[in-house]
Design a protein around this ligand. Structure first.
Ligand code: CA
Length: 264
């Protein structure tokens, strides 16, 4: 049995640990513990709770307002791994600069980044956004519509939602959706799938010289195999946008911007 004296000696150590890593403890509290409690109490997922808040407080048809209402909920209530406002600005800036016409998002989640991208899209551009979780896809569909991207001919204008695992849909984009190449790909789904899906895009000839791949969370929580491949395969120019984790300014994160240069 540990003596009280030894136990007491550990208290300063524990306090130091907690203070030094308080932002990670806070993230764990909001993203895991608080979520589980509220899931149990409300019978809803946190994504559905976020939608209820946005629906009650947001202004329909105003994408900026819908996004900022989402942000308010994420800063002050529960944590969602949306791309968030800081990294969202990088995403928007790149779309403004590159003017892509055919875009792919892997990981629609709640539709937050799809709204950011949709409001930035050039005329005649089309965003295909892929989500494997049906419950989250249902939230995303409602958020995209609430933001004003109304249904038109059975599809949200400029945005096409696909409910499927990414590795099942990527090989069939050409025949199912008539997509020849993607100009811009935003990856924000499971980090362990980044490398697999990048190689699937290559294998199915869906990238062309100048195609941009923007991958979120390459520092926290990180995608080391993906980054190692991107840096060493010779098919990409790359750079890291150093920034912070969505809704946690004290946790460092980054987005990787890859530009496909093709096979040498
Ligand atoms: Ca993310």
């Amino acid at each position: 049995m540990v003596s009280p004296a030894i136990a007491l000696a550990f208290i300063p150590f524990l306090m130091t640990l907690i203070i030094r890593h308080r932002h990670y403890f806070l993230l764990f509290w909001r993203a895991v513990l608080l979520r589980k409690v509220r899931d149990y109490v409300t019978g809803l997922s946190r994504e559905e709770r976020a939608f209820q808040y946005v629906m009650t407080h947001g202004i329909p048809g105003d994408p900026e307002n819908i996004l900022s209402t989402f942000d308010t909920w994420c800063y002050h209530s529960e944590y969602l791994s949306n791309v968030g406002p800081e990294k969202g600005k990088i995403l928007e800036r790149l779309i403004y600069e590159k003017v892509p016409l055919t875009l792919l998002e892997l990981g629609t989640y709640c539709g937050y980044s799809a709204v950011r991208m949709a409001q930035t899209l050039p005329l005649n551009a089309r965003l295909y956004t892929v989500e494997m979780d049906e419950r989250n896809a249902a939230v995303a569909e409602k958020i995209i519509r609430l933001a004003g991207f109304d249904e038109e001919n059975g599809e949200c204008r400029g945005v096409e939602q696909i409910i499927s695992p990414s590795d099942e849909v990527i090989p069939h984009f050409r025949e199912r959706f008539g997509v020849d190449k993607f100009d811009f790909v935003f990856m924000d789904h499971w980090k362990r799938c980044y490398l697999r899906d990048l190689q699937l895009l290559e294998d199915h000839n869906l990238l062309q010289e100048g195609s941009v791949i923007l991958a979120d969370n390459v520092i926290f929580t990180g995608a080391p195999h993906f980054m190692q491949y991107a840096k060493s395969c010779g098919k990409y120019r790359w750079k890291i946008h150093r920034t912070h984790l969505e809704y946690f300014h004290y946790i460092r994160d980054g987005m990787a911007e890859l530009t496909y240069v093709g096979l040498k």
